[in-house]
Design a protein around this ligand. Structure first.
Ligand code: ATP
Length: 210
């Protein structure tokens, strides 16, 4: 599903991650690693929002050769989402739905399940951190991605929303074959996410624990 080809990421000449040649199968994966090990860096590189050496492909679609097609297949929710404060949640949904090819019905269903409809037309400057996090999760499920990257998805969301998120992940994986890479310092629930597999980042390398 996800292919790394001679991948290397450095900041100012300082190497952070090196992945020579790995093919990750379809699945739901928990990326684990200590602070500063490179989890966010890896997710941002896969999302196509960070420069790196080498290449990454989803199936046969390489990021550096087919950037637009590749980015339609990958959705990303940041650990601490930053959105323009003057826009409303609904306007962000409109922008993402257009870019990702999602329909109004899809967005309405997601907003309803996450119980966000009461405030979705309010400006983002009025949102709490949990409300912003839930918006970023909804945006990550829009369109028809093959891979969804969620950086610290458990941060700041309440227990009820977490149940909805687990349900979405399982449903999308089972029914549409969408793969997930989740980074989390908090334990992810293997009972709520059956089939969850672990990937460790250690000493600038990724280790597949399955
Ligand atoms: N923009 C940047 N410029 C320079 N160095 C950076 C930058 N972003 C990250 N780094 C460095 O890259 C390394 C990996 O950072 P990254 O944020 O990917 O780690 P992480 O595993 O997500 O950490 P955490 O668990 O603390 O969120 C760290 O040493 C960090 O200092």
């Amino acid at each position: 599903m996800l292919h790394f080809n001679q991948f290397e990421k450095s900041y100012s000449g300082h190497l952070v991650l090196k992945i020579a040649n790995i093919k990750l199968p379809q699945g739901v994966f928990w990326i684990k690693g200590s602070n500063g090990s490179g989890k966010s860096t890896l997710l941002k590189a896969i999302a196509g929002i960070l420069s790196f050496q080498g290449d990454i492909a989803i199936g046969t679609i390489y990021l550096k050769d087919h950037g637009i097609a590749y980015r339609k297949l990958v959705n990303f929710a940041a650990a601490e989402p930053l959105f323009p404060e003057f826009l409303s949640g609904a306007e962000m949904i409109g922008l993402f739905a257009k870019a990702k090819g999602g329909g109004i019905d899809q967005a309405e269903a997601l907003l309803s399940e996450m119980r966000m409809k009461d405030y979705i037309h309010n400006p983002l400057s009025s949102y709490s951190s949990g409300m912003l996090k839930k918006l970023s999760l909804v945006l990550a499920f829009l369109g028809k991605p093959k891979l969804i990257l969620l950086d610290e998805p458990l941060n700041t969301i309440d227990a009820e929303s977490l149940e909805v998120l687990y349900h979405w992940i399982n449903k999308k994986h089972k029914e549409e074959g969408i793969s997930f890479l989740l980074s989390s310092h908090q334990p992810l629930d293997g009972i709520k996410l059956p089939g969850l597999r672990q990937i460790n980042i250690d000493d600038k390398k990724i280790i597949l624990n399955f």
